[in-house]
Design a protein around this ligand. Structure first.
Ligand SMILES: NC(=O)c1ccc[n+]([C@@H]2O[C@H](COP(=O)([O-])OP(=O)(O)OC[C@H]3O[C@@H](n4cnc5c(N)ncnc54)[C@H](O)[C@@H]3O)[C@@H](O)[C@H]2O)c1
Ligand SMILES: [Zn+2]
Length: 357
């Protein structure tokens, strides 16, 4: 098992690998013992598959369970309120502890609940998806507003992240693909050699648990280093949005749920690489096609349909579009792009993808 430290407003550890849950009764025993109530907020699908496994590590404590809808639909005001109602009905106090058990969606809503219940109670992230190597670290919590994703939330760090890789074996291929997109994003913004290793993967099902842990650990290290430098996103943390300007526009245009977040990010990264004139664009397109990312979708969507969403992006200002670009691997920067140039680049990308598919 690996351990990484995140030096945020309070330092905490991320434990990665099989056996991470053994730490409840070990390194985190005093945290659990100190709680007057322990509540697990679990994604209902994850609960079906893995709750009994988790509870086997928690037999020393009296634990309350609340299941919430699977995936993105949990990031709603309704689920947020139902979590608070549950905590109140269970007589939770400021000394209670939350355990967030699920993917990024569960972590985001449960983290938001932890940060707001009686002005903040401690919580531990127990991520169960590959994508959550990104979301469970860094302390961003959120629910969605009907006018925009992640529009309501806080910065609130967990007390620890226990990432048991055994749970990842039940992920459907689409969720593996989604999560690996954020892994390769972390490689693009940090490390050429690691990027090359990832680009050599033509089929994610060939990854062993050990390989996966290796990539997750590297991804978390990149995320942790950036969060340590810029916890509240006034500078370098924006680089984590590489590929995300177009990705969010695609998600907004298609409606959430048509594409997974990671799939949208891969399409967005191919666009950002073209805008950057990065030498690895061809290789990246070929990797994306081999691994089943739906690049062909870009040819079915007109740039003008995406533009309004890109203009609303948190990074854009006064009608100009701001993108995270990358001339050299590991050296991201932000550049303003005129709409005309952005549109021409989109057409060029569609043509280039058409030649490969
Ligand atoms: N806070 C952050 O910094 C941050 C960063 C990136 C993404 N996010 C958020 O994360 C969310 C996406 O997270 P995600 O990709 O983990 O998706 P998710 O939480 O929606 O889970 C995806 C699906 O996988 C299922 N699932 C989860 N674990 C499973 C397992 N072990 N086996 C089988 N099925 C499992 C879930 O039930 C769900 O249907 C988005 O809401 C995004 O906004 C947050
Ligand atoms: Zn993302």
């Amino acid at each position: 098992m690996k351990q990484l430290q995140v030096e945020a407003d309070h330092p905490y550890s991320v434990h990665i690998g099989a056996g991470a849950f053994d730490l409840f009764a070990d390194a985190y025993r005093s945290l659990l013992d100190a709680a007057d109530q322990i509540v697990v907020i679990a994604d209902e699908r994850v609960a079906e598959l893995h709750l009994s496994y988790l509870l086997d590590f928690l037999t020393d404590w009296d634990v309350r369970i609340l299941t919430i809808p699977a995936g993105e639909s949990a990031k709603s005001v309704e689920t947020f309120m139902s979590c608070h109602s549950f905590l109140l009905s269970e007589n939770c106090s400021r000394d209670s502890l939350l355990l967030a058990f699920g993917g990024g969606a569960t972590g985001d809503v449960a983290g938001f609940v932890a940060s707001t219940f009686m002005r903040g109670i401690p919580f531990i992230q127990l991520p169960t998806t590959i994508l959550a190597h990104d979301s469970a670290v860094g302390g961003k919590t959120a629910i969605n507003h009907e006018l925009g994703k992640n529009m309501i939330g806080t910065f609130y760090q967990p007390k620890a992240v226990l990432y048991d890789s055994k749970l990842l074996s039940t992920l459907p291929p689409g969720e593996v693909r989604s999560g690996m997109a954020e892994v390769i994003k972390h490689a693009f913004i940090s490390n050429e050699k690691w990027l090359e290793d990832l680009l050599a993967i033509r089929d994610f099902s060939s990854l062993t648990e050990e390989d996966l842990n290796h990539h997750l650990e590297k991804g978390i290290a990149v995320k942790a280093a950036i969060v340590e430098e810029d916890e509240f996103e006034s500078g370098v943390r924006k680089y984590l949005n590489f590929g995300h300007t177009l990705a969010h526009a695609l998600e907004g245009h298609l409606g959430y749920g048509k594409l997974t977040h990671g799939e949208a990010v891969v399409l967005g990264m191919s666009y950002a690489l073209l805008l950057s004139e990065h030498s690895k664009l061809d290789k990246f397109i070929s990797w994306s096609v081999a691994n089943g990312y739906p690049l062909q979708l870009l040819g079915e969507i007109h740039f003008d349909a995406l533009l309004p969403y890109m203009k609303k992006d948190k990074k854009s200002s006064k009608g100009q579009l701001n993108f995270v670009l990358l001339k050299q691997t590991g050296k991201p920067f932000i550049e303003k792009i005129e709409v005309q140039r952005a549109s021409a680049a989109y057409e060029k990308l569609v043509l280039q993808i058409g030649e490969v598919i």
